[in-house]
Ligand binder design. Structure first.
Ligand SMILES: [Zn+2]
Length: 329
């Protein structure tokens, strides 16, 4: 499932390529035909992400709300504007100055947006979700032919975005959007940082529920999924079964600050880079391969990178949880 960093990156792509332009909206598959008709031809005025939800505002107070869920993805084709700060950050992110300036691409396409490279304008075809491949060749046809079950197609004169397999894709009023927003826990990249931290600390410390569950509860905190959950708890040395109310306030604050750090790195690199202090070749390997950039995620049965204990895998709330029983107490 795409975690918060991906959704922020997608919203930023819409901001660069669609906001301020009239958008032809259709539903090639038909399941979103009524919604598409309501916003078709209107100018997009705003794009924003909160946690795993994305909101695209159109003229006349109409919003398109999209939640990708487990299987959803956006495919972009045509002209794709690259954020120059993100494009260059991809080669520079992190803690050392030995990384050169060439972007490093994940072998599973996790940072696919960056794989369109340094030019500020490019004709490319980019798929934005967690596990899909980055770059595909684009034919000369415009608009591009519809392939598969496209729930929604957003098209400007230059850029095409196809949405497949979302959990939610709906046109909503400002009131409806507000109701969704009110149900969401804080997102480090949205709103007042101090207030966000206060809300998170209060929400965790009032609950007698395992912190491993609370971090996945989008009403407690927005945007964390399976990977960030496992990695954050390892980084903090917390047993995932510890009830929120049993964790000292200072530790909960540090968890929030760590989430803020990791999310920013994720948005800039396009990858869930959760290891600090990697140098040179180790950093390049980690950027290129998921198995080299996580402490515990996807490492069931392997020795802990710190203490050598076998990493455990269990189901928590029907999602896989990885952790080290020695480092996390
Ligand atoms: Zn360990």
């Amino acid at each position: 499932m795409p975690e918060g960093h991906s959704v922020h990156r997608i919203a930023r792509q819409f901001e660069r390529n669609f906001v301020g332009r009239p958008v032809a909206v259709s539903s090639p598959q038909g399941r979103f035909a009524d919604g598409a008709a309501r916003i078709d031809g209107r100018t997009m005025t705003r794009a924003m992400a909160v946690g795993k939800q994305m909101f695209l505002e159109f003229e006349d107070d109409l919003w398109l709300r999209v939640h990708l869920g487990l299987y959803g993805a956006w495919d972009f084709a045509g002209e794709i504007l690259v954020d120059p700060t993100i494009a260059s950050a991809n080669g520079r992110m992190g803690q050392t100055n030995q990384r050169g300036t060439d972007p490093i691409f994940d072998d599973a396409g996790e940072n696919s947006l960056a794989s369109i490279g340094a030019p500020r304008k490019t004709r490319a075809h980019v798929r934005m979700s967690e596990q899909t491949r980055g770059l595909a060749n684009e034919g000369s046809e415009w608009p591009p032919p519809v392939v598969g079950q496209v729930r929604a197609r957003l098209l400007t004169e230059q850029t095409c975005a196809d949405l497949r397999g979302p959990t939610a894709c709906a046109v909503e009023s400002p009131d409806e959007v507000q109701k969704v927003l009110e149900r969401l826990g804080p997102d480090p990249l949205v709103g007042d940082p101090a207030e966000n931290e206060r809300r998170f600390v209060a929400a965790v410390r009032r609950r007698n529920v395992a912190i491993g569950q609370l971090l996945m509860d989008q009403a407690v905190v927005s945007g964390i999924g399976n990977v960030y959950r496992a990695e954050m708890l390892f980084r903090a040395g917390i047993d995932p079964h510890t009830p929120g109310k049993a964790i000292p306030e200072e530790i909960v604050r540090e968890l929030w600050r760590d989430w803020t750090r990791l999310l920013k790195i994720g948005v800039e690199t396009g990858q869930m880079m959760t290891m600090d202090g990697l140098e040179g070749e180790a950093w390049r390997k980690a950027m290129a391969s998921r198995d080299d950039r996580h402490w515990v995620y996807h490492r069931a049965g392997l020795p802990c990178r710190v203490c050598g204990t076998e990493i455990l895998l269990e189901e928590m709330q029907a999602r896989k949880l990885y952790w080290c029983p020695s480092c996390q107490r």
